[in-house]
Design a protein around this ligand. Structure first.
Ligand code: BGC
Length: 446
């Protein structure tokens, strides 16, 4: 197996990761846009919740259809279709003059987010040489976190003005356009081509991606992997696939129920409760959350192929447990208010840092590595569907949970869930670093 690669691999990674950027931006932008939408549309609290969750509802639909689309149309064409949908949806939302129009625009945006959330990492994983696959797929998560940070910065900028939410939504057309045009000029996944029986095209593309003619071994491995599997929906429930599907679903749920989006979506509110009472200060502190998220994702990319996925996950969830206990304790002791504020902010940053180093990127990477080529798209659909579903559930129940068991209680709950998650990972998650997707297929489905 050649581990050579060319600049094309990096260029293709960067362009397709724009799908991740849009995922981050479009999920992050709503909390600040909401401040202005509330007054412009006189939103009731019910419709406010709907405006916030519309993108997640769309993403659930997108995840559901994304895998089948990526298998049928191909990874590259699916991403191009996504780019077109992102543009349409951004225009629809930016020019919305009724709540219905707004919500429809956000649901369509969500569909594009859901499809892109699996199609971009899938494409990158299938063009990457095994020795840097973690770093390259992780690049997509770096784009997600950059998109979120960008949304935070935009909202900080707008917090001093009357605010123009239309521009916030319209901005997404720029990366979406670059994504669509970029992907048009990039090659399809050679693995998908082989599955379509287009062996000659696959060979040519693999040669150009690896920068050598010595790709026969890799092609043979892919060919062999294809002939061993059936691709029907029933295939994902076969006894040798079921445990892998379960690991994908479990990690997907773990990524959400350990509470990350409580912080990503509600950081300004939590900061306001903890220490900063001025709105712009709270949003500024939120920008630091975004920067921490990006910085530690970069660190993760630098070590993921050496340290391995499992170790990184265990370090990540272990650190999150400590940060959550700190948070829970800080919010338990209102008597020491000023100091608690600082401890709470630092613990929050620590929590985000530990998420970013492992659980953030590794989940989206592992679901591209665990499954055989023939059913990779379908299994990724199922796993990411649960991710978006639990994202929606956690986001929409947070305030109710905080009201009934307090903020401290909520962090204790996340800490408890994280302890269970740590042991689950220790027992069930396999190591996938350094091996080709085909070698993994052989090993994991044996
Ligand atoms: C998760 C998102 C989360 C983001 C934060 C992603 O891996 O799937 O739900 O908002 O990381 O960086």
């Amino acid at each position: 197996m050649t581990t050579h690669h060319t600049r094309t691999v990096y260029i293709a990674t960067i362009f397709s990761a724009l799908g991740g950027l849009l995922f981050g931006y479009d999920t992050g932008v709503i909390s600040s846009a909401l401040l202005y939408l509330k007054t412009d549309f006189h939103l009731s609290s019910g419709s406010e919740e709907l405006v916030v969750s519309a993108v997640l509802i769309g993403a659930i639909i997108g995840a559901l259809i994304g895998g089948a689309l990526a298998d049928k149309l191909g990874r590259r064409r699916t991403i191009i279709a996504c780019a077109a949908l992102f543009i349409l949806a951004a225009i629809e939302t930016a020019f919305a003059y009724s709540i219905t129009q707004l919500i429809i625009g956000r649901i369509i945006t969500g569909i594009a987010v859901g499809v892109a959330s699996l199609a971009s990492p899938l494409y990158i994983s299938e063009i990457a040489p095994p020795n840097i696959r973690g770093k390259l797929v992780g690049f997509n998560q770096l784009a997600v976190t950059s998109g979120i940070l960008f949304a935070f910065i935009v909202s900080y900028g707008f917090s001093f003005t009357v605010g123009n939410w239309r521009w916030m939504f319209l901005f997404a057309t720029v990366p979406a356009f670059v994504l669509g045009v970029g992907m048009y000029f990039l090659p399809p996944s050679p693995r998908w081509l082989m599955r379509q029986g287009k062996n000659k095209d696959a060979k040519k593309i693999l040669e150009s991606l690896r920068g050598t003619n010595d790709v026969d071994q890799e092609l043979n491995d892919i060919r062999h992997a294809i002939t061993q599997q059936s691709s029907g929906i029933k295939a994902i429930f076969k006894p040798n696939i079921r445990p892998l599907l379960f690991i994908g679903i479990a990690l997907s749920i773990i990524q959400q129920i350990t509470g990350i989006n409580t912080i990503i979506y509600y950081a300004p509110t939590i900061f306001q409760m903890a220490v900063f009472h001025v709105k712009s200060q709270a949003i500024m502190a939120t920008v630091f959350v975004g920067i921490t998220n990006v910085a530690f994702t970069i660190l993760s990319l630098l070590i993921i192929d050496r340290l391995g996925r499992r170790k990184l996950l265990l370090i990540s969830v272990g650190g999150m447990i400590i940060a959550l206990i700190l948070l829970a304790t800080a919010f338990l002791l209102p008597a020491l208010k000023a100091d608690i504020g600082i401890i709470a902010v630092l613990a929050l940053l620590l929590y985000v840092a530990f998420f970013a180093i492992g659980l953030g990127p590794v989940f989206w990477l592992l679901i591209t590595e665990l499954y055989p080529l023939e059913i990779r798209g379908k299994c990724m659909s199922v796993a990411s569907l649960f991710n978006w579903l639990f994202n929606l559930i956690i986001g929409s129940t947070l305030l109710t949970i905080v009201h009934s068991i307090s903020l401290s209680g909520t962090f204790w709950l996340y800490a408890g869930i994280s302890v269970f998650s740590w042991f689950y990972i220790l027992k069930y998650v396999p190591e996938t670093k350094g091996k080709s997707l085909e070698a993994l297929q052989k090993e994991l489905t044996a």
